[in-house]
Design a protein around this ligand. Structure first.
Ligand code: UD1
Length: 352
């Protein structure tokens, strides 16, 4: 057996040994797409979700896409005893932790709810990992940790800035807790700093399901085009950008989901360079709000009712990723562009 063959065999064996993955928040927007990609890559999935921001139908829809029904446990991760009981009865080889509250505005009004849920659940999971020698942890982080970066595109070397909201703070504190735990207990973790995830699976069986009035741009656009909302408010046209509206890096949720598989395989195959790593997960391309509106109008064939209003508090001018490090280290890159993402988001909205 030559060297390369040995390496390949080892990788295969590693994957086969370590194939049962716990996905918390696995019925949510990014979680559900990641479950499908995990199944496509040959992993067995067990989902924990409390159904606080999704519905049980998503489990059936995942099953319809992949042909495999993942195990599912309805557990509120704030309840330490329930987490403990889960791990008493289940063996897993890795954890992808999505379950968290994510509404920025709400987090300002209810900071303790955010700290209890987002930080409490993280600590309980890490405690179980430590006690049971479970390794391989992937954390949903956010580009919000960079605040308004001084340089664009944003590299992983950009400093983090004080969080603008309790939500953003839970991502920063979360990363710190994981980093310190990895060091102390010799565990391995990767935080993925997401830019703006949008779109839906090409089957149009899973997608984003915002509760109530959407806070994020794309669901607000698609609901406005459907006539559910009267008009879109464009928050600010006086930013120092190409057309005055704020710029973000919108990444197709399936591309984002695939980054999790790449990160997980990096840990399983022990290709990580340090106990705790973090990567920017974006496309590398920034789009302004007006550019997104134009692209949406093209994708949907609908003209969108919108008006320019004042800036939204806490919004930054521009954020888009430098993906060089993620592309190289994760051996991953995006395959879908904004048009395809908006097309799928629109088809998903039409189906609702
Ligand atoms: C926000 C959070 C981010 C979080 C992400 C996912 C902030 C500063 N950032 O990202 O931490 O991870 O949501 O939930 O809160 N826009 C409009 N009209 C609308 C809605 C949005 O013009 O009705 C604009 C915003 O001003 C922004 C862009 O569209 O420029 C994208 O907004 P949004 O989808 O809410 O995402 P972020 O604010 O970038």
């Amino acid at each position: 057996m030559f060297q390369g063959e040995l390496h390949l065999t080892t990788e295969k064996n590693n994957k086969e040994q370590m194939k049962r993955i716990l996905v918390t928040g696995g019925l949510g927007f990014i979680g559900s797409h990641t479950v499908v990609e995990l199944q496509n890559s040959g992993f067995e999935v067990v989902i924990i979700d409390d159904l606080s921001n999704t519905t049980i139908d998503v489990l059936e829809n995942i099953t319809a896409i992949s042909g495999i029904k993942p195990a599912f446990h309805q557990i509120d991760l704030r309840v330490k005893n329930d987490i403990h009981a889960f791990f008493e009865n289940n063996t897993v080889d890795g954890i992808i932790h999505f379950a968290a509250f994510k509404a920025v505005g709400e987090s300002v009004a209810k900071p303790l709810d955010y700290y209890e849920n987002n930080i409490g659940s993280l600590v309980y999971l890490l405690q179980e990992m430590k006690d049971r020698n479970i390794d391989n942890f992937i954390f949903s982080s956010s580009c919000t940790v960079y605040g308004q970066a001084d340089e664009l595109p944003i590299t992983e070397n950009a400093p983090t800035k004080p969080a603008e909201s309790p939500y953003g703070n839970t991502k920063q504190i979360g990363e710190e807790i994981i980093k310190e735990s990895c060091k102390a207990y010799n565990m391995n973790a990767i935080a993925l700093r997401y830019f703006n995830p949008i779109g839906a699976h090409k089957s149009i069986k899973i997608g984003e399901l915002p509760l109530g009035v959407p806070q994020n741009l794309i669901p607000f656009i698609t609901q406005t085009a459907m006539g559910i909302r009267k008009e879109l408010s464009v928050f600010g046209d006086d930013y120092p950008t190409i057309d005055g509206t704020a710029v973000r890096d919108y990444i197709h949720v399936v591309d984002l989901a695939k980054a999790h598989i790449a990160a997980l395989e990096r840990l399983i195959n022990k290709n990580n360079k340090t106990n705790f790593e973090f990567f920017n997960v974006g496309t590398g391309t920034g789009s302004s709000v007006l550019e997104v509106i134009k692209a949406f109008e093209k994708a949907s064939g609908k003209s969108l009712n919108y008006k320019i209003v004042g800036r939204r508090e806490g919004d930054i001018t521009a954020a888009y990723a430098d993906t060089t490090i993620a592309n190289k280290e994760l051996n991953w890159k995006t395959e879908k562009d904004l048009d395809e993402a908006l097309d799928s988001a629109w088809k998903w909205q039409l189906k609702q």
